[in-house]
Design a protein around this ligand. Structure first.
Ligand SMILES: C[S@@+](CC[C@H](N)C(=O)[O-])C[C@H]1O[C@@H](n2cnc3c(N)ncnc32)[C@H](O)[C@@H]1O
Length: 198
């Protein structure tokens, strides 16, 4: 089954295997949480492929106006419940990154915590074109991806990221970082933190 099958993600979020999906660490990925804690400029923020919403909720708790989407309806249901329980407002949507409705955006800041690396390689350019579209000129992008040095086949090489973001983005910085997994986040993998300006 291709990795981008919606039902597969719904089953994982639904705990079909008797455990949560491996990326559910009970908090935002530390590399992106550090970006949020350092402060991002701009009010209108998008969390693309938000999963069960930890990063979206962190952003909203800092006072940003957060829109978030995921194509898994089960993940969005969990995200809405979590945000309500924590008393923050996030505009959550069920939507496909490869067919994002025109009404999304523009945003001042866009986050991607593990969505790009979840897509199939031929889908990458379509998704990056969508990121270009939803970013206002001058917007910042912060993207966390698994690296090709991780033990899974969908990690990206630094050169692939450079190529994907060569068009329409400036000041592209790609730094090595760590992607966390497992219920306590204690399983770690090499990753990339990409920051760029539209
Ligand atoms: C590795 S998980 C990361 C989830 C969340 N951002 C996090 O950091 O915990 C990737 C997410 O992307 C979502 N996803 C995969 N393909 C998608 C697509 N085409 N459109 C929207 N969401 C997608 C999955 O449902 C999943 O929630």
């Amino acid at each position: 089954m291709p990795r981008n099958e919606i039902g597969e993600y719904d089953a994982m979020y639904g705990g079909e295997d008797g455990k949560p999906p491996p990326w559910e660490i009970g908090q935002a990925q530390p590399a992106l949480a550090a970006v949020v804690e350092a402060g991002v400029e701009g009010q209108r923020v998008l969390d693309a492929g938000c999963g069960s919403g930890e990063l979206s909720i962190l952003l909203a708790s800092k006072g940003h106006q957060v829109t978030a989407f995921d194509f898994s309806a089960v993940a969005i249901e969990q995200a809405r419940a979590k945000a309500a329980a924590r008393g923050v407002a996030v505009d959550f949507h069920v939507a496909d990154a490869l067919a994002l409705p025109e009404e999304f955006g523009p945003f001042d800041v866009v986050f991607d915590s593990g969505l790009l690396h979840s897509l199939l390689r031929p889908e990458h350019p379509t998704y990056v074109a969508t990121l270009r579209r939803v970013c206002d000129p001058g917007a910042s992008l912060h993207l966390l991806s698994m690296s090709d040095e991780a033990e899974f086949d969908h990690g990206l090489a630094k050169e692939q990221l450079e190529q994907l973001f060569a068009d329409g983005f400036t000041d592209v910085r790609i730094e090595p970082t760590t992607v966390h997994a497992g219920t306590t986040g204690s399983f770690t993998m090499p990753g990339w933190l990409l920051s760029a300006t539209r």
